[in-house]
Design a protein around this ligand. Structure first.
Ligand SMILES: O=C(O)CCC(=O)C(=O)O
Ligand SMILES: [Fe+2]
Length: 365
């Protein structure tokens, strides 16, 4: 499988954005210094490498599942086409990547955590046979491992936020229905070349809480705060990439950051290759209101008081937030700039335009 174990290196001389390395075993053991590193990463950029996460075997199985499933015929995959709630197979061209309605080129498979854990019972959807064949041996262990890791990170962040230890993980209960999913992404090579305006996955913030991402090839880029240039994240063997999503930003009154990122073709010698990536997307339980936890933490209350111009009580639940974002990014629902903007979360559109070299009128934009 190109992009899994045997591929040319990410170019040495490529400019990248450095990430803090967090050691999962130390976080799990309650190490204060490591929690401090996590805090720095989660509040400043919102991205970090996670080492010693212990999920390598499960991740390898997930890459195999992706390969086996994407190799099925398009007709077969389309029997399981993604719903408006973002569950199932997303064909290339099913989503838009900009306000002009340009169609995307990536294939994606989203398998709901609730379907995985309930298997062979169905909660939302049926999946291709290649997925069913790996429900028990790959998907369930991958979900369990990812949830264990994500909960340890949430607990460490809770403490730093001045919340009771379980305050965040309680809002992400495994047994509660949620839009959490396991995702595999296949990005096709771009033999005609590639131009800066055409991201393969558009600039976005993740809408959930924490993403536990596994990359082999380069292609993931971030637009760091205070910069106007997209920078690659260098994939490091054995290291996951974790990032904060909008839900944690909202729950923490903006103390945690969900940074803009996108996917472009891998650089250098990796350019002609198919790119595969996958992750577990942890999101709050469906009924969790997306509002700052001001009653539970003086630190959050203070952060909210200092930013009265922001809306820290969205008035919607985690599920409503997710469904809106998914629905409006789908090509079949695209009606112009309005629907494109309705697909947004906490993205800073001005910084995206600045990075694209457009002049932004700070007053009117
Ligand atoms: O493929 C990647 O590296 C990133 C994927 C991503 O950002 C997403 O699925 O939300
Ligand atoms: Fe993302």
């Amino acid at each position: 499988m190109p992009g899994r174990t045997n591929f040319p290196p990410f170019p040495e001389d490529m400019e990248t954005h450095p990430l803090v390395v967090v050691d999962y075993q130390l976080i799990k053991a309650g190490d204060k210094e490591e929690a401090e590193k996590l805090w720095t990463a989660a509040t400043q950029l919102g991205f970090w490498y996670l080492k010693n996460h212990g999920a390598d075997e499960e991740v390898d199985g997930m890459f195999d599942l992706g390969l086996e499933t994407m190799a099925l015929s398009e007709a077969e995959k389309m029997k399981y086409a993604e719903t408006d709630e973002g569950v199932g197979y997303k064909a290339a061209g099913a989503c838009v990547i900009d306000e002009k309605g340009t169609l995307d080129v990536i294939e994606m498979l989203n398998i709901a955590k609730d379907d995985i854990l309930a298997y062979p019972e169905k909660v939302y959807a049926e999946y291709p046979r290649t997925v069913n064949a790996r429900m028990e041996k790959t998907l369930q262990p991958f979900v369990r491992k990812s949830v264990e890791v994500s909960h340890a990170l949430l607990d460490a962040l809770s403490v730093k936020l001045g919340l009771p230890k379980g305050a965040l993980s309680q809002r992400h209960k495994l047994e509660e229905n949620s839009t959490c999913n396991a995702r595999v992404i296949k990005t096709p090579p771009q033999p005609e070349g590639w131009s800066e305006e055409k991201a393969l996955m558009a600039a976005h913030t993740d809408y959930g809480s924490l993403t536990f991402l596994h990359n082999r090839l380069g292609g993931l880029q971030v637009l760091a705060p205070g910069t106007s240039k997209w920078q690659y994240i260098r994939p490091l063997p054995g290291h996951a990439i974790c990032n904060v999503g909008d839900s944690l930003v909202l729950l923490s009154g903006g103390i945690l950051r969900s940074n803009l990122h996108r996917v472009v073709p891998p650089p250098g010698e990796q350019f002609p290759l198919e790119r595969w990536s996958l992750g577990y997307f942890m999101r709050p339980g469906d009924n969790v209101p997306l509002r700052a936890l001001v009653e539970d933490s003086p630190m959050i209350a203070e952060a909210v008081a200092k930013t009265p111009e922001k809306n820290w009580d969205t008035g919607v639940t985690s599920k409503e937030w997710a469904v809106r974002r998914i629905m409006f990014i789908r090509a079949k629902n695209f009606k112009g700039k309005e629907t494109w903007m309705a697909s947004g979360g906490t993205e800073d559109y001005k910084s995206i335009e600045r990075a694209a070299g457009k002049v932004v009128d700070e007053v009117k934009a």
